[in-house]
Write a protein that binds this ligand. Structure first.
Ligand code: RIB
Length: 297
């Protein structure tokens, strides 16, 4: 069984600051750290570090060699990755508030915005029923890609981030088997702010879709056939929360695909996220499954 991770690759420009800049304000940063990220790349690395056989599909530009290398260093297959020599890769500007580790991200799509239907069809032709396909909302034509994968019998995993009003109201969720959202996204989709109600509303609307709701420092919950399952977060001194959600969804998907029950998969995924926020950088901070198992919480 293979996992297709079809998603964004970004060069992350991380600026460490006293506080997140306010409208009209100009402030100096303490430090700039350039790292590899993109929700797609981060999830590929998390999937691989949790033990999955992952192929990443997506597009980098003439400046994207470091992104390709970071996938390969983690053991992710890049045979399906496309290089566009004419354009720049995606990049982000990430403000990180020292002290709270809160962040604020501006995404500039670059080549992530150039994923077209021909490329999607070529990529999907390499997979078969029973394989997994993992998506986020940082590439173009994600709805078409999910539809192709669903029609071919792949299990479709979706993290609808960055959320937009159009995406919240769309019917793209008809293709989704596992949906990873946080409370804010859940409220945008359902108009509810109670975590249980968010899961129940989504279940009523998309019965085939399993919702995994992340609750920040409160952990995560999932609505299974047997009812709600909750996992508390593992407390830690956070340095940089960027990529914590990608770590959680990548781990949960890889562990579920390897046959772990939701309870164990949730616990290990929360532990992986707790380790990831202790280090700077999105992809660079993702632990291996061995590190998660060996960690003392
Ligand atoms: O989820 C974290 C990621 O969001 C960052 O790595 C950044 O690239 C943005 O896509």
């Amino acid at each position: 069984m293979k996992i297709l991770s079809f998603g964004s690759l970004n060069i992350d420009y991380n600026y460490k600051l006293d506080h997140i800049v306010a409208p009209g304000e100009t402030i100096s940063s303490h430090e700039l750290i350039v790292t590899c990220g993109g929700k797609g790349l981060n999830q590929s690395v998390a999937l691989r570090k949790a033990g999955a056989n992952v192929l990443h599909a997506g597009i980098i530009g003439y400046d994207g060699e470091m992104l390709k290398k970071s996938l390969e260093d983690a053991g992710v297959c890049t045979d399906l990755l496309k290089v566009d020599p004419e354009h720049k890769s995606g990049h982000t500007i990430i403000q990180i508030e020292e002290g709270t580790a809160q962040n604020c991200i501006i995404v500039c799509p670059g080549t992530n915005g150039m994923v077209d239907k021909d490329y999607i069809e070529e990529v999907v032709s390499h997979f078969e029923a029973g394989d997994y396909a993992v998506f986020q909302n940082e590439i173009t034509n994600v709805d078409y890609a999910m539809k192709c994968c669903k029609e071919k019998g792949l299990r479709v995993v979706f993290n609808p981030s960055p959320m937009t009003r159009e995406l919240a109201e769309s019917d793209i969720y008809q293709y989704v088997d596992d949906l990873f959202i946080n409370e804010v996204e859940g409220e945008q989709m359902t108009g509810k702010n109670d975590p249980e109600q968010i899961c129940l509303d989504l279940k009523a609307r998309w019965p085939q879709c399993r919702t995994i709701l992340t609750l920040g420092s409160e952990g995560a919950m999932i609505l299974t056939e047997e009812g709600f399952l909750r996992q508390k977060a593992f407390p830690c001194e956070a340095v940089d929360t960027t990529g914590a959600g990608d770590t959680f969804s990548g781990f949960f998907t890889a562990l579920s695909a390897s046959g772990k029950e939701p309870k164990e998969a949730m616990e290990l995924s929360c532990k992986a996220s707790s380790l990831a926020v202790r280090k700077m950088g999105a992809a660079a901070s993702i632990p291996t499954l061995e590190e998660v198992l060996a960690a003392d919480f």
